[in-house]
Ligand binder design. Structure first.
Ligand code: COA
Length: 692
């Protein structure tokens, strides 16, 4: 918005009216912006002195699409199609001048213009599918007419943007402007007027031609093979297929398909996650303007699975990193892990020169004194408090003043680590999720003494290595693993009742998890959680029995399942069931319905989430959702455990938990006071706001 509070500013340059869209941060087409734009276009079309119109975005880009926060409400006119109709009915050339992003409704609006020019760095896309939608302002009809069915379908079903260069090659962009965009766009408009170039209306182009008769059957088959539970990609295909119809019929079909999903649970959940992901970086614990320390160099202590993966995340993001291991053999193993990862990256298409550059950023050493001068040290050795304290004391001596010392511990007391250093204010937790190169979330754990500046630096580092950092409080398990512990306990209870291992996993997979809890345990290594339990004096007799039988998961070829050599496919195994039956002293089987399995497991997790909120370990419910969606594969289209709880209704959850607590005689299942209070007030977790 400019100084006069206007979302669209009109200026005249000769006979060209330049309409600048100015609605920070990303020019999303809110109702206010659509109204202002429609009015400005109508005025320019009526103004006899104006012979051509250029639409351009102020700030970072053209338009990032519809204002996603408005989808929960009925859509108020004018809509983008009304603006496009005005342009199409007008007799003056309208040129879209694109820089930064033209996404969603932004790209659709540009396709309603007669011409599109763009800077070379511009990105053009229809990302609606990522929030469970289809393009709803003609994109599914205009894009195929401009670029052909194949690219249009890829863009609309995949949701990823293309470059201006690709756009130019496929007819989406008419010209790439090399210098400043606005003068280039004005020059283009003047050429359109001078050369009397036609007013090209995309709606008048013929429908796209089918690359082959099986094109859509194959596209649907591909989707089916991916076994995606998402509705939007299917609707995207349906809508693009409708572009074979006459334009207005196709448009009508697109509108029907859009209305069919916009208020659906999947899109609501995905929209929730869109904002939750962004809200996670806003925290009262870090006042605005808190300075962050520049992270130019990192050291990682420990080159096991986690340590090496963290080093890889740093190297991939352009950060030089020193990896310290205890001895030469361990360092060799770590370096071999790194090379294996980059072999995989090469197979996935990363250029050899780029791989060399990344590898060159990692230096190995066996001496802590050789960490160099990192701004951040991340300790990732085994979970042993005494060992970690020894390392932290040494690090405090070796690291330069002000450097941040972080631990990747999953549950140890970080304050106890901070206390052995002379810089407790610069100590924090950076908890990565396994596999750390893939999982997008990172818990930034604050201790009693960590300063806002240290936390802000931890958050900035997370963003730099392309993670979603979420600030959490220090406690045993932080946020993610506390819910995981509850899931483990409920799984144990189900096993004890005689529910078969595959039945539990299948129920959770049917709910949308990429794998069930037992198969996930096998993948991670059952000994890891076993050791963590034992260190804390906890027992899960059935889970323990599997490990005590030497079955540690995939790495030993057997855990809850068995595995053929070289295969990761879990095979149900009678022996595992026999071990469990022996441990529980019964062979009686029990058939619990899949929905009941899911409801019980989730209720236990959600209850823990409520406790976490109440204790202030998480700042808001949506932070817990982000951690579980991006750290543990909770289906994004279900919005995360706390969003899901709100959908189910907190009163129903409270009653279920109260019944379970009584039935199993487990006070841990009693509804958390916060859950009970919100249920009584008829509220959801989304309404929970911390006041202290
Ligand atoms: N509607 C409402 N708000 C939006 C938005 C949209 N379409 N796109 C971005 N925003 C907001 C974000 O919530 C964020 O707000 P915040 O600063 O209060 O957290 C702000 O704009 C900046 O977005 P962010 O994603 O943090 O910036 P970025 O530079 O990393 O990425 C985009 C910019 C445009 C690539 C990215 O925001 C994006 O992909 N937006 C969604 C595009 C989309 O799906 N459009 C189709 C909608 S149907």
């Amino acid at each position: 918005m400019n100084e006069r509070g206007m979302l669209v500013r009109t200026e005249r340059v000769g006979e060209v009216a330049v309409l600048t869209i100015d609605s920070p941060p990303v020019n999303a087409t809110s109702h206010a912006l659509r109204s202002a734009l429609k009015k400005s276009i109508d005025e320019a079309l009526l103004d006899p002195a104006v012979k051509a119109i250029v639409l351009i975005g102020a700030g970072r880009g053209f338009i990032a699409g519809a204002d996603i926060s408005e989808f929960d409400r009925p859509r108020a006119e004018p809509l983008i199609p009304h603006i496009i109709a005005a342009i199409e009915q007008g007799q003056k050339p309208v040129i879209a001048a694109i820089h930064g992003h033209a996404l969603g409704g932004g790209l659709e609006l540009s396709m309603g213009c007669h011409y599109r020019v763009a800077t070379a760095e511009a990105r053009l896309g229809q990302p609606e599918v990522k929030i469970g939608l289809i393009p709803g302002a003609g994109g599914t009809q205009r894009l195929p007419r401009l670029v052909g069915l194949k690219l249009a379908l890829d863009m609309i079903v995949g949701g990823d943007p293309i470059s201006a260069k690709t756009g130019l090659e496929h007819g989406l962009i008419d010209q790439i402007i090399a210098g400043d965009l606005l003068p280039g766009a004005i020059a283009f408009a003047e050429r359109v007027m001078r050369d009397r170039m036609p007013l090209k209306r995309v709606r008048d182009l013929p429908p796209p031609s089918l690359p082959d008769p099986d094109f859509f059957t194959r596209a649907r088959g591909d989707l089916l093979r991916r076994k995606s539970a998402l509705t939007a990609p299917q609707r995207c295909i349906d809508a693009v297929e409708a572009s074979l119809l006459p334009f207005d019929q196709g448009l009508k079909r697109e509108a029907e398909l859009f209305s069919g999903i916009v208020f659906g649970d999947q899109s609501r959940a995905l929209r929730h996650i869109f904002f939750a992901e962004r809200d996670a970086s806003k925290t009262a614990a870090i006042p605005a303007g808190t300075p962050t320390r520049e992270i130019a160099q990192v050291a990682v202590i420990g080159g096991g699975t986690m340590g090496s993966a963290i080093a890889l995340c740093c190297a991939d993001a352009g950060l030089p990193v020193t990896l310290i291991e205890a001895d030469a053999a361990a360092l060799d193993r770590a370096m071999a892990t790194l090379r294996r990862y980059y072999d995989g990256a090469a197979k996935r298409g990363t250029a050899p020169a780029e791989i060399e550059r990344r590898l060159a950023r990692i230096t190995g050493s066996t001496k802590l004194a050789e960490i160099g001068a990192p701004d951040l040290v991340i300790e990732a050795v085994i979970e042993d408090l005494a060992l970690k304290q020894k390392i932290f004391a040494e690090l405090d001596r070796a690291a330069k003043p002000g450097a941040i010392l972080a631990t990747n511990t999953s549950y140890l007391d970080i304050d106890a680590l901070a206390s052995v250093t002379g810089r407790p204010e610069s100590v924090l937790g950076l908890h990565f999720f396994s596999p750390a190169t893939i999982m997008r979330v990172m818990e930034v754990v604050r201790t009693k003494k960590s300063t806002g500046a240290a936390l802000a630096t931890g958050m900035a580092f997370g963003r730099k290595i392309r993670k979603i950092p979420v600030l959490v409080g220090a406690c045993d398990g932080f946020v993610g693993n506390r819910l995981l512990t509850q899931r483990g306990r409920e799984v144990e209870r189900l096993l004890a009742e005689g529910v078969a291992i595959p039945a539990i996993d299948e129920a959770m997979v049917a709910f949308g998890f990429p794998m069930g809890p037992c198969a996930a345990g096998d993948l991670a290594g059952l000994d890891i959680s076993y050791r963590a339990r034992k260190q804390r004096g906890r027992n899960l007799p059935l889970a323990d029995a599997i490990v005590d039988a030497g079955r540690l998961g995939q790495k030993t070829g057997a855990g809850y399942y068995r595995y053929e050599p070289g295969s990761r496919a879990p095979i149900p195994d009678r022996e595992a069931q026999r071990i469990i039956d022996a441990a529980r002293g019964s062979t009686a089987q029990s058939a619990v319905a899949p929905e009941e399995i899911v409801a019980r497991v989730l209720a236990a997790m959600i209850n823990e989430g409520a406790r976490i909120l109440e204790e202030g370990i998480a700042e808001r419910a949506s932070d817990i959702d982000v951690i579980w969606v991006y750290g543990y594969g909770f289906p994004a289209y279900r919005g995360g455990p706390m969003f899901y709880a709100d959908q189910v209704g907190l009163a129903a959850l409270r009653d279920r938990l109260a019944q379970s607590a009584e039935r199993f005689g487990d006070p841990g299942l009693k509804p958390a006071p916060l859950l009970d209070r919100l249920a009584r007030e008829g509220k959801g977790f989304r309404e929970f706001v911390r006041t202290s």
